[in-house]
Write a protein that binds this ligand. Structure first.
Ligand code: FAD
Ligand code: NAP
Ligand code: SF4
Length: 684
């Protein structure tokens, strides 16, 4: 069969072994690594992805010792008993025809525990603990531990290891003046600072022999002040090759960097040119990474000669069959990662097991089983928002006959508004995925059909699932009926022309998104298309040649076509409830466009003058009255469940399953909606 992805699917010869294609599943901490009793879940998680055809996988990070742990008792590879346990993982992967490397990650000052060590006694902005500076002997001990961890990984049956040299962890902390103030042989000029990774890789190679993969994750762009220069990156990359690495993988940005590197607003393949600039400096294979989430993007990058391999981590969480579908020319069936971080990274940073917003089975492979239904039933799903789509497709996959009713002319529910927000274009992909699934699974989709109790009674379904979603909340404010007042649906659905100055009431996810929408010129780039990498680099201050320490540049000021005020009643940080790993990006983006954000706001009235408010100071000591002379007030004050149909059915004694926003509007997001839809349908 001819393939549209000849470069992506081409085998890669590593000399002593061959990878069946150029897709590397990059390292992701899932939370399953940390406890030995989860090893069978971890094995199944990797085995499903190996069955899905990926060329090589890398585990989440395992510390080579106790002081390098990410958090107390977090994943560590420092004894034979643990290594022996991992034979379950490697056995399952090999049986499924896959290959897997263990990532060795020493957190250094990024550890969230009191025993952390680093090059110097410094405190990272993202850890509450200050690291202890290692003695010269102490550094030798860390190298020994890296080497023995690699030997243990080999004993456990891994095909290799990845040495984590980027993202601001321990090794990176030795490389940069920013964190390395040492005066011994491990400090001073770059030639000294770079000895740590060289020593680790060369001694590791000696210990594990020639037929064991050593991937080195090279920090190609630190994106922090005092980071490495391009010349230093190249010098280190060449030395690492000489030390015995098999593959060089790309690392982008320290965790403390104030430039986003993987959130959804980063354009696809936004850092591939960094790898492209490095490519050719070494003879071993080079892998690129960050925001590559479709086979098309991977193919384009490889076809353009920017790298030998493409690393995709979250896209393999979202769809374990990513590669298989690409191989079989079924890429329109891929459940694409939308880079929201909501169920993966945000969970990990809260010490919760990772999963995936669009695929709740991720990391729950042994628990959320989608078995063939013992009895085929006629199932009605009312509402084709994320909850209804997940329920309908899951039920149909299990063999039920599903009718999916949607009042609107298209599927998607609120995702149809989310997809319009600049930087959230990936949401189109989820709708494309479900559209295709509806076709394949032969679901009886009835658009423009507002279901009432009669529709359901006449057709006599065996099971009814109500996924009718939410309706916006209208807060009680004097003057709420004034013509200046709009709802977020007026802006995002009805395309009402919005004036030059706007007050947005409610600073939750939707308030932020509406503000983002209003601060962009509608005509700047076509809706649904991501901004160009060049534009994005200018906006976030990335040097287009990746030169200078850390590859940073002056940020280009961004103008907004209108003045925006974004408000909440709480006195806590505005946007404090947004995602842990993405909230700062949203706040920063709006601040950069001069959006005025404040809390402690009470809304007194709305009249021809504008919005009258009283603002209480953070300490609660003072109050200030203000009039915001705005053209429009946009309400983003949360939502309420829309469940009349369910209540009518209940009154008539007809049982139904209530899911998504219709079930509970509070703290609703698509992650919960899709998970609940899937779980309910898995049990039908
Ligand atoms: P809905 O999406 O509201 O879908 C309900 C569907 O039911 C609608 O299509 C409606 O027309 C239909 N319906 C109602 N009554 C009937 C009837 N009687 N007959 C037939 N059909 C009916 N969530 C996130 O997790 N991450 C985000 O980044 C994110 N961004 C967002 C951005 C915006 C601008 C908005 C508005 C929302 C965003 N959300 C986000 C929220 C997310 O979209 C919702 O949580 C999710 O859509 C809720 O899913 P649902 O299926 O329960 O309801
Ligand atoms: P939300 O996050 O609950 O925010 C509602 C906002 O309205 C809050 O700022 C709240 O703050 C304010 N509010 C509540 N009741 C009010 C009232 N009676 N009068 C005035 N203000 C009131 O809900 P949302 O913004 O509608 O978003 C819905 C869901 O979609 C969220 O749960 C979110 O997870 C999801 N979403 C996520 C993203 C994302 O990027 N991850 C983006 C969009 C949406 P005060 O009470 O302090 O005023
Ligand atoms: Fe991708 Fe979001 Fe799933 Fe994470 S939760 S894998 S970012 S779609």
């Amino acid at each position: 069969m001819t393939t549209p992805y000849p470069n992506l699917l081409k085998p890669l010869d590593l000399g002593f072994t061959e990878l069946k294609n150029r897709v590397l599943m990059g390292s992701m901490h899932t939370g399953l690594e940390d406890r030995f009793w989860n090893i069978h879940k971890l094995s199944r998680y990797f085995a499903e992805r190996a069955e899905g055809g990926v060329g090589l996988m890398v585990t989440g990070g395992f510390s080579p010792n106790f002081v390098g742990q990410l958090s107390p008792l977090a994943s560590t590879m420092n004894n034979r008993a643990t290594a022996f346990l991992h034979r379950q993982v490697t056995g399952a992967v090999h049986e499924a025809g896959g290959k897997i490397c263990m990532q060795l990650l020493h957190a250094g000052r990024y550890g969230y525990q009191p025993f952390i060590v680093s090059a110097s006694a410094t405190k990272a902005p993202i850890s509450p603990f200050k690291a202890r500076a290692l003695s010269t002997k102490g550094v030798d001990k860390q190298i020994d531990d890296f080497v023995s961890a690699a030997k243990l990984a080999k004993f456990a049956g891994y095909d290799g290891v990845e040495v984590m040299g980027s993202e601001g962890y321990f090794i990176n902390q030795f490389l940069c003046e920013r964190t390395n103030k040492r005066t011994d042989k491990w400090g001073g000029p770059f030639e000294n600072r770079m000895q740590l990774p060289i020593e680790i890789v060369s001694r590791m190679r000696e210990a594990v022999g020639p037929e064991f993969i050593i991937i080195y994750r090279l920090s190609m762009l630190d994106l922090v002040e005092g980071g490495q220069t391009w010349d230093q990156v190249v010098m280190l990359g060449k030395a690492i090759e000489k030390a015995g690495a098999t593959i060089i993988n790309t690392g982008i940005g320290w965790h403390e960097a104030r430039v986003p590197t993987i959130v959804t607003s980063v354009p696809r393949g936004g850092f591939a040119d960094v790898t492209a600039k490095f490519y050719g400096e070494v003879d071993i294979p080079v892998c690129t990474t960050n925001r590559i989430n479709t086979p098309e993007k991977g193919e384009d990058i490889l076809a353009a000669g920017k790298a030998d391999m493409v690393s995709m981590a979250r896209p393999l969480l979202a769809d374990s069959e990513f590669v298989r579908k690409a191989e079989q020319n079924r890429s329109d069936e891929i459940n694409t990662c939308i880079a929201c971080n909501q169920a993966c990274l945000d969970h990990v940073f809260k010490a919760k097991r990772a999963s995936c917003l669009v695929n709740p089975r991720a990391c729950h492979e042994t628990e959320l089983l989608l078995t063939v239904a013992p009895v085929q039933k006629r199932v009605a799903v009312v509402g084709a928002g994320p909850a209804g789509l997940a329920a309908a497709t899951t039920a149909a996959k299990r063999g039920h006959h599903v009718s999916l009713f949607e009042a609107d002319g298209d599927i998607g529910g609120q995702f149809n508004y989310a997809k319009r927000i600049p930087g959230k274009e990936e949401f189109y992909e989820t709708l494309r995925y479900y559209r295709r699934q509806i076709e394949i699974l032969d679901i009886d989709l009835r658009l423009n059909t507002r279901v009432d109790i009669d529709t359901l009674s006449i057709e006599g379904f065996d099971e009814v699932v109500i996924a009718t979603g939410v309706k916006p909340r209208t807060p009680q404010i004097d003057g709420i009926d004034h013509p200046k007042v709009l709802g977020y649906l007026d802006v995002l659905r009805n395309n009402v022309e919005v004036g030059q100055s706007v007050a947005v009431i409610g600073a939750g996810g939707i308030g932020f998104d509406v503000s983002e929408f209003l601060t962009h010129d509608a005509g700047r780039h076509p809706e649904g298309e991501q901004i160009s990498v060049e534009h994005w680099q200018q906006e976030w201050g990335v040097n287009s040649e990746f030169e200078g320490p850390g590859g940073l540049a002056e940020r280009l000021p961004m103008s907004s076509p209108r003045k925006i005020y974004l408000m909440q009643r709480k006195t806590s940080k505005v946007g404090g409830g947004l995602g842990k790993t993405s909230g700062w990006v949203h706040r920063n983006s709006l601040k950069h466009r001069d959006v005025e954000m404040f809390g402690g706001c009470s809304y007194d009235r709305i009249d021809d003058e504008g919005l009258h408010i009283t603002v209480t100071s953070k300490d609660g000591e003072s109050k200030e009255k203000r009039v915001l002379a705005v053209d429009h007030v946009v309400l983003c004050a949360g939502q309420e469940s829309f469940r009349e149909l369910h209540d009518q059915l209940a009154q008539a004694g007809i049982q139904s399953h209530l899911i998504g926003g219709a079930d509970l509007a509070e703290e609703l997001d698509a992650k919960r909606a899709i998970r609940q839809g899937t779980e309910v349908a898995a049990a039908l």
